[in-house]
Each structure stands twice: as C-alpha cells, then as structure tokens.
Design a protein around this ligand. Sequence first.
Ligand SMILES: Nc1ncnc2c1ncn2[C@@H]1O[C@H](COP(=O)(O)OP(=O)(O)OP(=O)(O)O)[C@@H](O)[C@H]1O
Ligand SMILES: [Mg+2]
Length: 376
Amino acid sequence: MKHYPRTDLAKRYCDTLSGLSLISSTKNLFLAAPRRVGKTQFINNDLIPEAQSRGWLVIYVDLWSDQNKSPSALICEALHQKSKEMEGRLLSTARSAGIAGGQIGAGEFKLDFTIPAEDIPTSVSEAYQQLKERAKNHTVMLVVDEAQQALSSDDGKKSTFALKSIRDTSNQQIDQAGHDFVLVFTGSQRDKLSNLCSPKTSAFYGSSVEEFPLLDSNFIEFFIYAVNDAIGSNAAKKLKRESTLGAFQILGCKPDLLIDALGKYMLEPIEHSIQDVALNMVRSAAFEIETTVNALTPIQRAIFKTITLNSQNNFAPFSSNAISQYAAELPENTNLTVSTVQAAISALRDQSLLWQPSSGKYLPEDSSYLAYFRSR
Ligand SMILES: Nc1ncnc2c1ncn2[C@@H]1O[C@H](COP(=O)(O)OP(=O)(O)OP(=O)(O)O)[C@@H](O)[C@H]1O
Ligand SMILES: [Mg+2]
C-alpha cells in the first residue's frame, strides 16, 4: 500500500524534541502503540525525513533486528556505521577542496578513515564520542525501535544508562548553535516501555510514555480512494466510508488486517460489508486466544490469569497474597507451593506468554490476553 504521510505528527515530535513546542518539551520521547499499527513506517517515512530536513543526523536502530546481538552491540554498530558515513562525507568534502586534513568550516575533522570493522566500539559512550568527533555541527537523533528489548538483559539495561548519561552531558554542553542529542524510543507495549522510565531504578526515571496516535479516518479516506480507484467499474464492491472505518476500528486500526479484510470482502456475497468481514476475523482471533489458554494446565492457567489481571499493579508473584489468589482459581485440594508456582511461571515464559522486565516481576507478552481475561 502507498504510504499515507503523517508529516504534521512528525513536525510536532521534532518541535517537542528541539524545545520549540509551546505544549511540551523533552529531549527524549517514549512512544508506545500496539503491534502492527505503523510505528516503524512512521519513523522511517515521516519522522526521520522531518529530522533530516532540520539538519539533524539520524541513527536508527531496531533492537529486534538481530536476536543474536545484544542491545548494546546493536546500538554501537549503528553509531559506528553513521560515524563511518560521516567520515566518508568529510573525506569527499576535503578531497574536493584539495585538502588532506584539518578544518572544514567551523568544525575540525580527523582523517582517521581506516578503522577496520573489528574496531567497532564496545561501549555505547565510546561509539557516540567517535561519531560526535565527525558530527560536530549536527544535532544527533538516535531512534531506538523496539526499545523494550533493552530491558531483556543486563547489557541492555547498562546501555540505557549510557544513553541517559550522554543525554545529560550533551544537555550541559549544548553549543551556541544549539546542537544537541535527542532520543526517541518506541515500543509495542506501553507496560514494557514504561519500565524504561517509571521504576525509580530505571535510566529515564521521571520521563513518561506517550501513546503514539493510531491511524485515523483521514487514513481511511486515503485508503478508500486508492482501493476504489483500483476497483474501477465494479461498483457493487466499492468501499463505503462508514463500514470501512468501522472495519478498521474493529481490527485495532491495523493496516495489514484491513488489507486482509479487503481480500476476503472481495470474495464475499455483495450483501456483506467489509465491517461484517472484520467482525468475523475478530471472532476467530478470540477463538485462538481461548484455545491457547485452554491448552494450559489448570495451575498455569490460574497463574497466567492472575498475573495478567494484575499487570498494572505492583504484584509480587511469589507472595502469600499471590498464592492465595492463584488458589482461589483452583480446586480446593490443589497442592500449590512456591516451587510449583516457579515451575508454572517458567513454562509460561517458555511458551512466550509471560516475560520478565525485572527481577521478581512478570507481565503478559501480549496485551490481548488482558482484554481476554477482563472479558471473562
Ligand atoms: N502511514 C502508513 N501508510 C500506509 N501503510 C502503513 C502506514 N503505517 C503503517 N502501514 C502499514 O501497516 C503495517 C504495519 O506497519 P509497521 O510495521 O510500521 O507497524 P509497527 O507498529 O512498527 O509494527 P511492529 O509492532 O510489528 O513493529 C505495514 O504493512 C505498513 O506498511
Ligand atoms: Mg515496528
């Protein structure tokens, strides 16, 4: 599907990051929205071009891009790659000016362009310093997609502290031209992302997570226009605004699902609207969740349900209060000890149903389970 531009939103975020917004100003943004609603597409097609048009140097890193590499290694690589790119730019400027090193404009540069691949810095602050030497005249924006992944390891947590420290140092050293370091973190679960800034022990304590806005009725108009144009003379199948918007909302404002619904709708009898198709899709997704929950052992199910329903509370999963809540979901004679709870939680983690943001805390991997258990 053709990209639906969200330029105003990108401008608003960049204004906020550069302190130009009248409403809010922060040097780090935490944007959360559910899976598949367009976070990455927005970053790459709207936010980064807007930042670049302001002369900012943008580094993008997706912490899910390589599960075999640690978050810190991925951030270091991204910074190093940009550093090499800047070096290349400086070199070609120098060559075309017929100089071999020294000073271009206001910024000094080093012609240290033979860094071999194995010299990728191993610390985030070193990688940033290396880049900053070659990017003196720029505001640097680091975008960390799927940032919650940084919490999955000690290495990742350390890298968030390193970024916070770079952020604070840049804030103090901000030059006359206002060149700065700004951070954007995105994630698909608000609960997960907020672990980067809400516990007192987190690197960005005091910042808050913003809800990234979902695509709205303007996107649907853009979509209908493109589809109806492609449908051509098949008037009976032309999309109507109300039912298409209804379908999109039923499907959680996810463009991929709307396209699936469109494919199915084209094969349906003409009396069925795209909204009817979307409703059927949602019913079968609920059936899948139910099947997964039913396949758990009774103890696993009781624990999963209780932890999920308490995911927004300060819940200690091995406390006596927790164990009595699990017991209330189970037959009276069930033998429930800390070690049976441990075994069940470990099985739930193996099935990717629970994840552990910090020691002693568990959350559902997928927030649809919260809606499911709440509706029971
Ligand atoms: N502005 C847009 N215009 C057109 N299509 C879009 C737009 N935003 C998102 N989409 C489509 O929606 C789908 C999901 O987008 P994207 O991958 O950006 O979502 P995401 O929120 O980053 O998902 P994930 O949580 O899996 O990383 C993609 O197929 C993408 O092409
Ligand atoms: Mg994404």
